[in-house]
Write a protein that binds this ligand. Structure first.
Ligand code: SAH
Ligand code: SF4
Ligand code: F3S
Length: 482
């Protein structure tokens, strides 16, 4: 589904310039098709977070405007573009297997194209490595210039050489890019780019640059456009959505932005990712509690339950202030589901610090948690801390945390059995062709009998029983549904 969002570019004329390159690429591809009888195809492989997923929708939109046709099979696609993540070491390592495959496929068919972009390419030395060790990669760019894909691609197609363009940063936001949305009924909407928090373990501020907020007008207009296209659920995206608005001409907070998005007719559900606990305001709690549309789910990354470790992580909250915040949230919204991110084995983490993490998990009772083993990232302060935790200790702690998390998540998931709740149907169930899969406001999934016609609809579902971390249910009549 391609839509062109045409409005108020902060970089005047740039979208039109790029459109010129899209047309030039399309003309080249037409010529190739006339010569070979084959229309060139593309596949974008995405690693990492929702920001990257959103960027990939823009990349795919541009490639379609350039005349490429989507091909899901990596081995068949004429142009494979890898949108990389580097937040943990294993995220980076995954790229190299794919590049190995590309090398052997390209030896058989040199007309294939390979591109690498995204967070990993923003790292010092990565671009140089692409030049020296992966010369068969045709196109290398970063996170700040994705809107220039057509121009860079045109250069590759016309020179046949590896084209590299990495920017250290940017202060501009280019608004009007084509995008090819993955789902017809839900969409991510960027509200901020970059991050200023510099948590001591995290590479994101270095590869995504300084925090920039989009104007509320642009965000609301994008939501209106999405609603007109049939989107029912929006996910507002930023590394720290709570700091939305800083640096804008308008005087606006994240809570006020939510109020504006709430006014958009047709949008039935609003989610957001990620709020930082250090500046989650009482105003936001109030707006959430009063809202009919904001989902009853908050992803509130803890990282560690130990105040000492949190301080070393530069998270700027304490165990006590985090728990107090959870208390205020739950008092205002007793049915709020909380999920989190936790890092195990941060440098200097003692058994006592780790016990604090277990303690917070027992107290908060997250409905799910993403747990990560600390991964040193070159250039971040924590990577050079002397007291790295031995690997076997980290693994042992990770297993204990995982066991506790699974037990709590299963108990939490059972809590709503018997109730009727609205679910947005997202897909056919992967295991059973007679079942569909819907997402509840709490972000849990429910599987229930249904057919493809339900996809994209919000329907009431009776939750019959827990399957551990999802529900099995049945449709509960259509009253009050779509
Ligand atoms: N902006 C979000 C997180 C983005 S990164 C926030 O502040 O919550 C997603 C998650 O990856 C983080 O929450 C953290 O748990 C994890 N992470 C980031 N850097 C990491 C590292 N060096 N090692 C292990 N996990 C890391
Ligand atoms: Fe990384 Fe911290 Fe920024 Fe999240 S808030 S992206 S963890 S630096
Ligand atoms: Fe990865 Fe970049 Fe996201 S490093 S987690 S894809 S911002």
């Amino acid at each position: 589904m391609t839509d062109n969002i045409r409005r108020g570019a902060e970089k005047p004329g740039e979208a039109e310039r790029q459109e010129g390159f899209m047309q030039k690429c399309a003309a080249l591809l037409d010529r190739r098709e006339a010569e070979t009888g084959h229309r060139m195809t593309f596949r974008v492989t995405t690693f990492g977070c929702q920001m990257n997923a959103k960027d990939s929708e823009k990349l795919e939109g541009i490639l379609e405007q350039c005349g490429f046709v989507r091909e899901d099979d990596e081995r068949k696609a004429d142009f494979n573009l890898y949108n990389t993540c580097t937040v943990r070491e294993n995220a980076s390592e995954r790229l190299y297997g794919h590049l190995g495959l590309m090398k052997s496929l390209k030896e058989k068919d040199p007309r294939r194209l390979v591109g690498v972009c995204g967070c990993m390419m923003q790292e010092k030395d990565e671009a140089e490595k692409m030049r020296s060790r992966y010369p068969y990669v045709d196109l290398v760019f970063g996170t700040h210039n994705i809107y220039r894909l057509a121009e860079l691609l045109y250069r590759t197609l016309t020179t046949g050489k590896q084209v590299q363009e990495i920017w250290d940063g940017t202060d501009s936001i280019v608004e009007d890019l084509p995008q090819d949305r993955k789902y017809s009924f839900k969409a991510g909407v960027n509200i901020t780019y970059g991050c200023n928090n510099f948590c001591s373990y995290c590479i994101v501020p270095y590869v995504r640059g300084r925090e920039r907020s989009r104007s509320p007008k642009d965000i609301v207009r994008e939501c209106e456009k999405l609603a007109a296209d049939g989107v029912k659920e929006v996910m507002l995206l930023g590394q720290n959505v709570n700091s939305y608005g800083k640096g804008l001409e308008e005087n606006i907070t994240f809570a006020q932005l939510l109020r504006e998005v709430e006014q958009v007719d047709g949008i039935r559900r609003i989610r957001f990712m990620t709020p930082h606990p250090k500046d989650l305001s009482d105003e936001l709690i109030e707006v959430m509690a009063q809202s009919e549309k904001i989902c009853r789910h908050l992803h509130l990354p803890l990282q560690s339950g130990s105040t000492r470790i949190l301080q070393r992580m530069n998270r700027r909250y304490t165990k006590e202030s985090y728990l107090a915040l959870v208390g205020r949230l739950r008092a205002a919204m007793p049915d709020l589901a909380l999920t989190t991110d936790i890092i195990v084995g941060f440098p200097g983490e003692t058994e006592e610090d780790f016990e604090d993490t277990l303690d917070v998990m027992r107290t908060v009772r997250y409905s799910s948690a993403f747990m990560f083993i600390y991964s040193p990232r070159t250039g971040t302060p924590a990577a050079s801390y002397p007291d790295q935790v031995p690997e076997n200790t980290v693994h042992e702690r990770f297993d204990r945390l995982l066991t506790l998390e699974q037990k709590i998540a299963a108990e939490e998931c059972g809590k709503d059995a018997g109730k009727v709740m609205d679910a947005l149907v997202e897909d056919m169930s992967p295991k059973d062709p007679g079942m569909v899969t819907g997402r509840l406001s709490s972000n849990l999934m429910v599987h229930f009998p249904g057919d493809a016609a339900l996809i994209g609809q919000i329907v009431p579902v009776r939750l019959l029983r827990s399957g551990g971390f999802y529900y099995i249910g049945e449709m509960a009549g259509r009253n009050g549904a779509d």
